[in-house]
Write a protein that binds this ligand. Structure first.
Ligand code: SF4
Ligand code: SF4
Length: 190
């Protein structure tokens, strides 16, 4: 027999959490009429446990913990195809982003390696104003106890100029840092 989900009325704290996610994403999940265009165009949807449309539906049904625990939110590549395609103007990519932040904040991350990658990526952007691929890979490999993962690709990629040993620094990195600090302050993480 297939498992069923019993829906309960939203508690005050769940409603507050849902409002927070919508506010941070700057969008409303209730606009979604489940047409599925977002999932149809999602390049990573094939690898997700729950597609973008399903994540939005879970939120509409008040299954917030299920949405926060979905692996799909970490597989999302933030390409924004879903948000561009949505006929109702739902910014699904921003919802995915808000869910990731909340999942990190609550320590309910289904795949720790992806969370480490996410953290290392953001640290690079914070420090240098843009991503620093070599540092990202090194940090990720060390923190996930797989120091030589993909090591054989390092030299060929460097020789083709795809990855650089030292980070590039943009001019406005001070402003980028301020954006991070402001967001952390808003979220009460400082
Ligand atoms: S494209 Fe928009 S309206 Fe359609 S399912 Fe996705 S979020 Fe909902
Ligand atoms: S932003 Fe994420 S969910 Fe949306 S289409 Fe891209 S990979 Fe899929």
């Amino acid at each position: 027999m297939e498992s069923t989900v019993k829906l309960e009325p939203l508690t005050e704290s769940d409603q507050a959490l849902l409002n927070k996610i919508e506010q941070e994403a700057g969008t409303s999940i209730n606009l979604c009429y489940q047409c599925g265009k977002c999932s149809a165009g999602c390049p990573a949807g094939f690898a997700m446990d729950y597609t973008p449309r399903q994540v939005i539906r879970m939120l509409q049904l008040g299954l917030i913990n299920e949405a926060l625990s979905a692996e799909g939110i970490w597989i999302c590549a933030s390409c924004e195809t879903c948000s561009e395609r949505c006929p109702r103007g739902v910014d699904i990519a921003s919802i995915m982003d808000a869910l990731r932040r909340e999942a990190l904040f609550r320590g309910i991350v289904s795949d720790k390696k992806v969370a480490v990658f996410n953290e290392a990526f953001l640290a690079g952007v914070r420090n240098f104003g843009r991503t620093y691929e070599a540092g990202l890979l090194l940090t990720h490999n060390l923190k996930t106890w797989q120091p030589f993962k993909d090591a054989e690709l390092g030299l060929p990629m460097m020789s083709r100029g795809k990855v650089h040993l030292f980070p590039a620094r943009i001019k406005g990195r001070g402003q980028v840092k301020k954006i991070f600090e402001r967001v952390e302050k808003i979220r009460g993480e400082q």
